[in-house]
Design a protein around this ligand. Structure first.
Ligand code: SF4
Length: 356
């Protein structure tokens, strides 16, 4: 798939006078950054990076997203980004936020945002206030001072891109591309401007795909390195649906609301049940069972980042819920290396042979 690189997009949007915000996983207000003239480039690792220089800042059991991202943001390309936004997704990212603010910012603004755990009126008000506070911290960093109308325009265009993302994400078998191309296209939302993503969504080859292979649901945080999909396909599997933190768990609903901050908060809280926002185990299991049934998956693969506590808390009961219905679950761990270890590939192969 011929996608522009992050480097090309950074050059393009800088040419349009925008600043670049490096954004850590998972949920954050794209529209707010946009209205203040920042373009978000998400940092999910990257895989295969040398982490030795910054390793001393973290415990041995910090996850690879945090270790790799800290190392990447301390390299020359990382240092050129204009600000860093670290959502309080988990304890590891909260720790990373503190370390950057105290030791590694190099004078660069480091912004954080807290997510409410659970859903309800009180949580909605909390998130709305967090977003209003974030806007106040963006204001002095920005060359623009957006009005409510500007915020609503940003919400409209980002909402269109979110809807296009959802349309693709929830209809895997309607696109005649390989699994790797399909997920590369979805994941380009991590760095493409909304308008460019919308164009890509229009041109993604749409035809009822006659795909062979054992249907799988892929869960976990991030499918890195992306060669994972080639291996699954080569071994006789195909991904029919996902529950990845970087893809399926970021299918948001769109709302109308005259108050742009409340609208933003409502959208940000509309994701499917996600461990990092305190979804109940029951809701999570129900969501996975519904997906398995709807897409005809015969097994689930959880491709988790090693030491990711939010995922691990839910895993035993998720496994029980699926296995009770006859769907086996394969749990794998990655340390975001440059290639996938043979042990991991062997386990995928054995799992597929068991399902054959
Ligand atoms: S992989 Fe897990 S522990 Fe690491 S940043 Fe993501 S949610 Fe947090």
């Amino acid at each position: 798939m011929n996608l522009p690189s992050r480097k090309e997009i950074i050059k393009q949007v800088r040419g349009e006078g925008k600043k670049i915000a490096a954004v850590l996983p998972i949920h954050y207000p794209r529209a707010l950054l946009r209205a203040f003239g920042f373009h978000p480039i998400e940092v999910w690792g990257p895989p295969g990076i040398n982490t030795h220089a910054q390793a001393g800042h973290f415990q041995e059991y910090a996850c690879a997203i945090v270790r790799n991202a800290t190392s990447f943001l301390s390299t020359d390309p990382g240092k050129q980004l204009d600000c860093i936004l670290i959502p309080h997704t988990c304890d590891s990212l909260q720790g990373m936020g503190s370390i950057f603010k105290d030791f590694l910012s190099g004078g660069k603004p480091v912004l954080t945002i807290y997510h409410p755990r659970g859903r309800g009126q009180c949580q909605l008000q909390f998130l709305q206030k967090e977003l209003e506070d974030l806007a106040e911290r963006l204001r002095p960093l920005s060359d623009v001072d957006p009005s409510d109308a500007d915020l609503i325009a940003a919400l409209d265009i980002e909402g269109q891109a979110d809807a296009a993302f959802a349309q693709i994400c929830l209809n895997r078998d309607k696109y005649s591309v390989s699994d790797r191309d399909f997920f590369s296209a979805l994941r380009s939302r991590e760095f493409l401007p909304a308008e460019v993503f919308l164009e890509l969504a229009q041109t993604l080859p749409k035809a009822q795909a006659d795909r062979k292979g054992i249907p799988l649901l892929l869960s976990g945080i991030v499918p890195e390195p992306m060669e994972l999909f080639d291996h699954i396909n080569d071994m006789g599997g195909r991904v029919v649906a996902d529950d990845l933190a970087c893809c399926g768990r970021r299918v948001y609903e769109t709302y109308d609301d005259a108050n742009p901050f409340r609208r933003m908060a409502r959208q940000m809280m509309s994701m499917p049940p996600d461990p990092t926002v305190g979804a109940s185990v029951e809701d999570r299991c129900k969501h996975l069972v519904t997906k398995m049934e709807k897409y005809g998956a015969r097994g689930a693969v959880v491709y988790n980042v090693k030491f990711c506590e939010p995922e691990l808390f839910y895993l035993p009961l998720q496994r029980k819920a699926l296995e009770k219905r006859g769907w086996p679950l394969l749990y794998l761990e990655t340390d975001l290396e440059g290639t996938i270890p043979f042990q991991v590939l062997n386990r995928i192969q054995s799992f597929l042979e068991m399902l054959r």
